[in-house]
Every structure is written in C-alpha cells, then in structure tokens.
Design a protein around this ligand. Structure first.
Ligand code: SF4
Length: 454
C-alpha cells in the first residue's frame, strides 16, 4: 500500500482541503504516513497569503528532494494557493516536482497521484509525460470538498461551504488564488453536516473566504433572510449539532438578519471573528475594505446587544503602505475601545500581484515591528482581562481530546472559543459539560477536575 505524507500550510480552509485529498487517496488504497521518509508520495498544500509562507514551502520542497536518493520513485506535488498562483513556473523554481494542482483541482489529486506513481515506478527515470500541471477553472469544484476522515471521538469539524472572493482588498491575493465566489447548495451542506452528526460530531465551523456573503449571487433571499442566514437556520436544525460557528466573515456581510440570528439561534456559538484590518478610515479606504471604523464599531455594539457575552476576535494589519503615526494611533485607540477577546496582528508584507505591493511609501521593518509589538500589548491586556473574568465561574466546554502540550491532560473550547485545559478521563472526550475555571494564563483557562464528576 503506497504511503502519502501531506503537509499543510496556512488557514483552516487549507486544512479542510488537505483532509479531502487525504480521504480521496485513502479511497484509492493509499495510506497516510506520519514521516516524510516513509512516504511514496509527498504533497505540500500551500498558502500564498504571505510571501514567507510561499518561501517556506519552496524551501521545504528543496530539502525533500534528497529523499529521492533512497526512494527514486517518490512523487512530489504542490497543491493549493501557491500552486494556483504560480502554476508551471514552480517546475523551474522546484526541479523534481511532478504535480502542480490548483485550488479547483483537489478532487483530481488522487487520480493524478496514482498515475504519476505508476509512471515513476515503471520508469524510475525521466518520463516525457511527467509532470502534471492543472490549475484551470472547473465549474462545480466548490462542491467537491465534502468527505471527512474517520477520526475516533471527533468533537468538531470544518465544513467548506463556498470558495473564492469577489472583493479585491488591496493587500490580498485570495481572489487570484481561489477565484470568484461560488457556493454549495444548502441541501448539500446540510447532508454533510448530518453525516458528521451521525458520527458524533457536536460542533461544526462553516468555512469560506467571505463566509457571510455565501450564496449572494446564486441563491434567492427568502422571507427577508440572506442565503447565509437560511443556511445557519438549516444547519442549526440538524439533530446532534450543539454548536455552530463560521469563519471568516466580512463586516459588509453583517446585515440585520445575521445580527438577529445571534439573538434567536441558540446553537450559534458566542464568538465572531470579525476582521477590522485598520482603525483609520483613511487606510481602510486605501485598503478597499468597504466600511468605516464607525460602521465597524456599530456592528460590534449591535452584536454584543444581540448576544450578551459574545466574544469578538479580529485581524489587524500594521504598517500598511502610507500608514502614518496618526493612523496607527487611531488603530490602537479602536483596538482599545473595542476590547477584543483576541486578535491576530500582522505586520504588512507585500504580496506580489496585489495593488498594495507597488504603492509608494512602504514602511520600514523597524516601524512595522514597533507598531506590531505595541498593538500586541494592547490586545494581550484585553485578552487577559477577559480570561481572568472567568476565574471562579462555570463555563460550558466541548472536550476535543488530549492537550497538545501535556498528553495527560485534556483540552476543549468554551462557546466563546477560549481554550481550556483540565485533568479528565477518556469518557470526557467528545462531550459537552461545564468546567469550573480555577486559573488562567495569557491564553488558556484551567479548570477544576472535581466538577467533572459532580
Ligand atoms: S474580503 Fe478577504 S479574501 Fe476577499 S479580498 Fe478582502 S481580505 Fe481577501
């Protein structure tokens, strides 16, 4: 049975795409291996969001070539975003690569890999039919990410509901790598969620690049509800699913019906990841984000009113081209005022083929670093306050399994998406129960195991 090693870079959508590829390879008789040197096929599922992520994958592919010395039949492939954006150029950048498969081709990877492995096994040498590059558009590809790996006591799962993005934020390469917005049907998504619930999954996270604009071009509004809110209702109705999340939404997609959904759909978990990107209206405009700071803060207030206690996390870019000290101070003030539960703070780095990459007034790394550090201090202060406020309280958690850092402990997430660690028993894995919080660090809650037996 040939072995496949898959390494995934980047976001949850990539993780989900890799799972689909793994599932389709298993169906063809491959097995997944944990070590590169045991593999007959090595696939890197790549990310293009930052230049560093691309360089990491290219560097890794270079290092891996030495494995062919002992395993000349080895098949190497690039999948996903960088494969899509660079295409055949990667064959020059990374000699020895056999497969370059783009973001609309994950469902074809197993077939290609099988073919490539057979050719490699038969010839062990250069074959004129090598390599395969497939980065074309394919109608219906958004509906092909739907199979899940069977995992023991799986508590939560990601469900890909759409692909692509029609917006063109000045810093972002996603529209080039993932194409235009395309949604799956509600019926198809609900069937997948039912299948997951039947396997004991209790929490699903709906995934899309611009998830709350799901279906806006393909499906009708119904009773004043957007296709996305119709989907939330339909998934909420699936028996066995106790928590529903989605990521990543765009502020322009938070219309009244979605805010009202937080008040009336109890399975919607109390957490929204809600990218701010900048607290300066001037920079937001240059970024082409399509909202103002005032609009963003109003949405934050309305979400908190619709669902008291809701956690709000965000993404912020510092050091965007032309960001003045005054712009940055505005961002800092907004981050402080919004009191986020947490935030990913990014130092702006130019992405080729994006408008921001060629804008004048690119900032120095020193300025970016100083703003990054200063903003993280603000964010961390609020994160710590939110975690400390839970000490002494009971919180509902869904136990996911052993803690990454200490296999003798279990870990889970609260409805507000905070990580909790505790001493428990195997019977707790995959279950929802209350935890008595006894302490907190900057990122983690620790619970009282006594409560588990009560
Ligand atoms: S909305 Fe998101 S995915 Fe789309 S271009 Fe902007 S940052 Fe990129």
């Amino acid at each position: 049975m040939p072995g496949v090693y898959i390494k995934t870079y980047g976001c949850q959508m990539n993780e989900r795409d890799s799972e689909q590829v793994a599932r389709s390879l298993l169906a063809r008789g491959f097995n997944l291996v944990a070590q590169e040197n045991e593999a007959d096929v090595i696939l890197l599922n790549t990310c293009s969001v930052r230049d560093m992520a691309e360089q990491k994958a290219i560097g890794k592919m270079g290092m891996l070539q030495r494995l062919r010395e002992n395993r000349p039949h080895l098949v190497f492939g690039y999948l996903g975003c960088m494969a899509q954006s660079r295409g055949a150029e990667l064959l020059q950048t990374s000699p020895g690569v056999d497969l370059v498969a783009g973001t609309q081709k994950f469902h074809r990877v197993a077939e290609y890999v099988e073919e490539l492995l057979q050719r490699r096994m038969n010839t062990l040498m250069d074959d004129p039919r090598l390599p395969i590059v497939d980065v074309g558009e394919e109608a219906g590809s958004q509906s092909t990410i739907r199979d899940h790996l069977a995992k023991a006591a799986q508590a939560s799962a990601f469900v890909s509901i759409m692909q692509g993005c029609n917006r063109h934020c000045a810093f972002c390469i996603v529209p080039q790598t993932r194409g235009a917005e395309r949604g799956r049907t509600i019926a198809d998504i609900v069937e997948e969620v039912r299948g997951l619930a039947g396997r004991g999954v209790k929490e699903v996270t709906l995934l899309g690049q611009i998830v709350n604009l799901y279906g806006r071009h393909e499906f009708e509004k119904r009773d004043g509800l957007s296709p996305f809110v119709q989907l939330l209702e339909a998934v909420s109705a699936v028996e066995g699913i106790a928590r529903l999340r989605f990521t990543s939404p765009h502020p322009i997609g938070f219309r009244d019906d979605l805010i009202a959904a937080f008040a009336r759909l109890p399975k919607l978990a109390e957490h929204v990841h809600f990218p701010l990107q900048s607290g300066s209206n001037r920079i937001l405009k240059i970024m082409r984000r399509g909202y103002t700071v005032e609009k963003y803060l109003d949405l934050v207030d309305r979400l908190r009113a619709a669902r008291p206690g809701i956690a709000i996390t965000t993404d912020i870019i510092v050091g965007f081209p032309g960001e003045t000290e005054e712009d940055y101070q505005e961002t800092r003030a907004v981050a402080d005022a919004a009191s986020f539960d947490n935030a990913y703070v990014f130092r702006y780095s130019p992405r080729r083929d994006t408008p921001a990459a060629t804008m004048g007034d690119q900032l120095s790394e020193e300025v970016k670093e100083a703003r990054n550090k200063d903003l993280l201090d603000v964010i961390n202060r609020h994160t710590r306050m939110k975690l400390d406020a839970l000490i002494g309280r009971r919180v509902e958690i869904l136990c996911e399994g052993p803690s990454k850092h200490n296999a003798n402990r279990l870990t889970g997430r609260t409805r507000t998406n905070k990580v909790a660690v505790f001493e428990g028993a195997p019977r707790h894995v995959g279950q929802i129960f209350d935890l008595h919080v006894i302490s907190a660090t900057n990122s983690t809650l620790y619970g009282d195991p006594a409560v588990l037996d009560s």
